[in-house]
Structures are given as C-alpha cells and as structure tokens.
Design a protein around this ligand. Structure first.
Ligand code: BES
Ligand code: ZN
Ligand code: MN
Length: 506
C-alpha cells in the first residue's frame, strides 16, 4: 500500500472510502467527524446509523452515502475507546482495524483527512505517525510458507493523507518516521516468526548483508573460528553444540561526516533456536524458542528504519548469532569459559546462553568502538516475564538517568519499559568456587541477576542499558494492531533512542 499526500479540498476528494477516528461516545458529536458532517458528509448527520456507532476500542463501522450524495461513497469510522484512557497504541490499532476493513471490502483508494487529527490528544504529527505505522503494519501478514490459499489478501492501493494545503514539515517528517518504523517492524516480525530451519544464523547474516548493500552500511561477518581466535570463548562455547555455522555480524551506519563520532551501539541476541543445550528445556511450547533471535531481529529492524529515514548519526549493530543445541561437541554444565574480556565463567546452566553471547559482544563493542552508548536487547530471562508480564519489557541500566531516558523513549513511541534495579549485591549469587563468576545464581531475581552478570563486561564510563524483551517479543494472542506471534517489539524504541540520545543531555 502506497502512502501519498493529496492536496485537495473536501469537495475534490476522489476516494472509495474516507476514514475517521473517534472516541467512545460522549454527549457531543464525535469530534473528528464534525467538519465533515457540516460539509460534504451532511447526509450522515443525525442518522441512526451514526448514533448506533459507539466508538469502542477497535470497533469499525462503514456508512454508505445515498447514491449521488457526496463524492465519497463510504465513510469508515474506527473507535478509540474512552478519551480519558487514550494511549497512542489505540490509534495504531484503530488504524490497523480500519485498513483491514478496507482490505476486506476490496477498496483501492482510502483517505484520512488531516483535519480529523486536530481533535486528538497527542497532536497531529504524533497521531499521524501512529496511524500510518498501524495502517501499514496492520495489513502485513507472513504468508510465504503457505502453499494453499496463499495469495495474501490484496491491500488497498493507496492511503491518501488529505489536506487542503501542503503539509507542514513536522507532518511530512511524521510520515517519513512512520514509514521507517513500519518497515523496521515488519522486517523484525518476519525474521522472528520465521521457523528456525529457515532463519538460521547464516540467514540472519545474509539479511544483514542485504541491508548493508541496500543502505550502504559497512558490514563485517566473523565466523565462529575467527570469533574464537580473537578470544570470544563464551560465544564460541554456546555455538559449539550446533551443526549450523555461527556468526558475529557487525553492521555500521556512518553517514559522511559522522565516521569519527562515538557511535551508538545496539547489540541483539541472535539465538535462532534455544533448546537449552545440555540443560535441555522441557518440550511444552518449545517451538516458540524459534523467537530467541528477536533481539537480533529488532536491531536489524532498527537499522532498516535508520537506513530508510536517512538518520544522520553513526549507529552500529552487533548480532551474535547461533543456535543453542545439545550436540556431541556442546558445552556442558561445569565447563569454565574464558570470555573476550578475559574474565572466566563457570557454566551452571547451558540454558543461560544469551548472556554468554552478549557478554562477549558487549566487551568487544566497548573495546573496539568507544561507544557513546551501548544498548543490548534480548529475550533473556523467563524471570522477566514473571516480574513484568507480557506487555512490559525490563530495563537494566548502569545509570538511573539512562534507565529513565530509555523508559521515556519507549513511552514516546508506545512501547512500555520498566526499570529494574542493578545493585551490585545481586552479584553475591554469581560467585563461583572455580572461576570469576557463574553464569546463573539461584532462581530469585533472575532478570536482575542476568543484568548484573552483563554489567561485569561493560567498562566503567560507558553508558549501557540492557533491554529484556523475553515477554514482549512474542504474543500468544492478537493484540491491537498486531496479530499473534512476533511483535517487532523494540524497533521503535531503539530508533527513538538513536534519534534522540545525542540531544538528550540535561
Ligand atoms: N531464551 C530464554 C528466555 C526466554 C524464556 C525467552 C521464555 C522467551 C520466553 C533464555 O535463554 C533462558 O533459557 N533463560 C533461562 C535462564 C535460567 C537458566 C537462569 C530461564 O529464563 O529459564
Ligand atoms: Zn535463550
Ligand atoms: Mn536459554
């Protein structure tokens, strides 16, 4: 579906359907509709059809113009729920529902009047960004592996943004941001939902190479022998049980003039399947462990967004990619690994593999790039799901300021984060008799302990945040704009962090 501006007055609209977003009914006229009802939509005023519509969340209704009345044959209204409970993701999901309705009706040209956004609480640019993101991502489905009835339903040809005058800069930028968000989210979702026999470490490395050639990023793909030879003993240990070749991929976006800036580094956990290794997981829902590369997918999605948007910042993505398998050469509980940082780690559980990839990637990034900021993102602990549930991701950061900044960046784009503490006392449980630390402690505070483990590999002075998306990367049921399965969670927040970190300083 194309997104295009249409500079036209109401009378000049040539559409199959015009879309409005409205709050759950108060006594007043539905706010967004007002000017339309006073103009070419007067046929709809005071009709029972309109008063039957309640404006509940994601409720969608279609009203048909009496033949010959008005230039637009259909009015699609989507409900946002009560105004007091408004949050941005309601716009996203209402847009998704409205566009799916248009698709089901086989509509070619749908349009949204910008005037209708003026009554919404978050301001026209932010509203527009949410709507366009929801519309595009809401129409996307992963159908590539079906051989029957596999034609994806045909989306509308174009979503027109209707405005009587040329849009101001901020609105144009909002659409560019939304396009970038949507492309990034879709990439991340497709990679994450893809099965592990297709989405292998090699496949991720190839997609990274594709991105690099599309946007002119620099890319370096280190195979596992190379990684081992430079000392990445923890990453190499995790890879050793798998027959699939493993890779540490580094992608760098450095637009001309930024090459010498201290970069923002994003590191994504890329376990393409997590069996648990020798500490084998139980088989219930094991198929879902194909999504253990959602962190890597969200970093690639972020780079897609950054490339599309043309962000003028130096940003580096690092993706340690491997399976976690119990092969004959697999690493074992009790093994002691020498990490890239030189610190030694006693393996207690081979199922706590994510932190072993990340600890080498963090130490490598800090040593090689002098980062202005490092953020890692990972489906790291079931304990984070226990603590925060499936809709909120955990943040562990080495300064309170950065934790706050991360939560605020998420809130700005409609992703929820909550900070957990990173006190050093949590290291007690990781003390080992034979090595510098163990890779797990007892079960208590598991998400925090994982964060404290990672902290050992981040040099003092490097701002660092760890995002635990174990709960939010995968949805068991449809929610709002998103169908069940991969959510692409994190893409929008990382993109927002990349856009705003440099200008943050208080
Ligand atoms: N990939 C899992 C965490 C996970 C669980 C992600 C559920 C998404 C949904 C991770 O590698 C893992 O197995 N973590 C263990 C850590 C434990 C051994 C300390 C866990 O959470 O049980
Ligand atoms: Zn894992
Ligand atoms: Mn695991």
């Amino acid at each position: 579906m194309e997104i295009a501006w249409e500079i036209a007055s109401e009378k000049e609209w040539r559409l199959d359907a015009v879309l409005f977003f409205v709050f759950e009914k108060s006594e007043e006229t539905l706010p967004g509709l007002k000017s339309f009802l006073n103009g070419t939509g007067s046929w709809l005023t005071n009709t029972p059809a309109l008063s039957d519509f309640k404006g509940k969340r994601n409720e969608v209704a279609v009203f048909y113009a009496p033949s010959g009345d008005g230039a637009v044959p259909r009015v699609v209204v989507a409900g946002l729920g009560p105004i007091e409970k408004f949050e941005k993701d309601m716009l996203r999901s209402a847009a998704a529902f409205a566009l799916r309705k248009c698709r089901d009706m086989g509509i070619a040209r749908a349009g949204i009047p910008l005037s209708a956004l003026e009554d919404l609480p978050c301001g026209p640019p932010d509203c527009l960004r949410e709507i366009v993101t929801g519309a595009v991502t809401g129409l996307h489905c992963y159908t590539g592996l079906k051989t029957k009835n596999s034609e994806p339903p045909k989306a509308p040809d174009v979503l027109l943004l209707l405005s009587p005058a040329r849009p101001e800069e901020l609105l144009a930028e909002a659409v560019a941001l939304a396009r970038a968000d949507a492309a990034g989210i879709i990439l991340a979702r497709d990679l994450t939902i893809g099965p592990a026999n297709r989405v292998t470490p090699k496949f991720l490395a190839e997609r990274a190479a594709e991105l690099a050639s599309k946007f002119g990023f620099r890319i370096e793909t280190m195979d596992i022998q190379a990684a081992r030879s430079i000392g990445m003993g923890a990453f190499a240990a995790v890879a050793s049980g798998s027959a699939e070749p493993a890779y540490m991929v580094t992608i760098e976006h450095a637009p001309p003039g930024t090459e010498n800036d201290d970069p923002i580094v994003f590191i994504g956990k890329g376990i393409t399947f997590d069996t648990g290794g020798i500490s084998l997981k139980p088989s219930a829902k094991l198929e879902e462990m194909k999504h253990d590369m959602a962190g890597a997918a969200s970093v690639l999605g972020t780079l897609e967004a950054i490339g599309r948007f043309g962000l003028q910042k130096r940003v580096i993505g690092i993706l340690p990619c491997t399976e976690n398998m119990p092969g004959g050469k697999a690493y074992k509980p009790g093994d002691v690994l020498r990490s890239y940082s030189g610190q030694t780690i006693e393996v207690i559980s081979t199922d706590a593999e994510g932190r072993l990839l990340l600890c080498d990637a963090l130490a490598y990034a800090a040593g090689k790039f002098k980062p202005a900021l490092m953020v890692d993102i990972a489906t790291l602990t079931g304990a984070c799901i226990v603590a925060l549930g499936k809709e909120i991701a955990g943040v562990l950061a080495n300064s309170e300021d950065l934790a706050r900044f991360t939560c605020a960046a998420g809130a700005k784009v409609g992703e929820r984060f909550w900070a957990l503490p990173l006190w050093d006392s949590y290291f007690e449980g990781l003390k080992s008799d034979v090595a510098d630390m163990k890779n797990v402690g007892d079960r208590s505070g598991g998400a925090i302990v994982a964060g404290v483990f990672l902290k050992q590999f981040v040099p003092d002075g490097v701002p660092w945040a760890h995002l635990d998306i174990a709960g939010t990367a995968w949805a068991e049921k449809d929610t709002g704009a998103l169908p069940r399965g991969a959510t692409g969670f994190g893409v929008r927040t990382l993109f927002e962090i990349a856009r705003t970190w440099a200008s943050k300083k208080e």
